[in-house]
Design a protein around this ligand. Sequence first.
Ligand SMILES: [Zn+2]
Ligand SMILES: [Zn+2]
Length: 149
Amino acid sequence: MAGSSVTDAFTRYLRAHNLPITHQRLAIADIILGSTEHYSADEVRKALAERGATAGTATVYRTLEVLVKSGLVVERDFGEGFRRYEASRGVPQHEHLLCTQCGRVEEFRDERLDRMTTLIAESHDFARQRHRLVIYGICATCRRAPEAG
Ligand SMILES: [Zn+2]
Ligand SMILES: [Zn+2]
């Protein structure tokens, strides 16, 4: 768990900004930075509990805020009424698919989308900078599951 290079980067950030380096902060960083998932604050708390660690809601939110400020984590708002957090991983822009049943998030990238949004922007006399796309639907697992799930 400790000593991964991404967590080290967070430690350096905390130190450089005179912020307390606590076990909880590092554990939260380790959960998100060591994963490709898109965590809600609630899921972070659960993941902490699974590791036998605990942190109050305020600590979780505060740490997430610091992680976003550090640039190591990206904040996402998929219009669910809460934010999600994913490691930035140096990953270029990507889009998301969100299962409205289980909340699972998948990522994809498609160059055709970049080309198409450029064309659309140009046809509206826009110099394209970026775009954001979320596809809402039901994932394969949920579609296969019996109705009760
Ligand atoms: Zn699903
Ligand atoms: Zn993502």
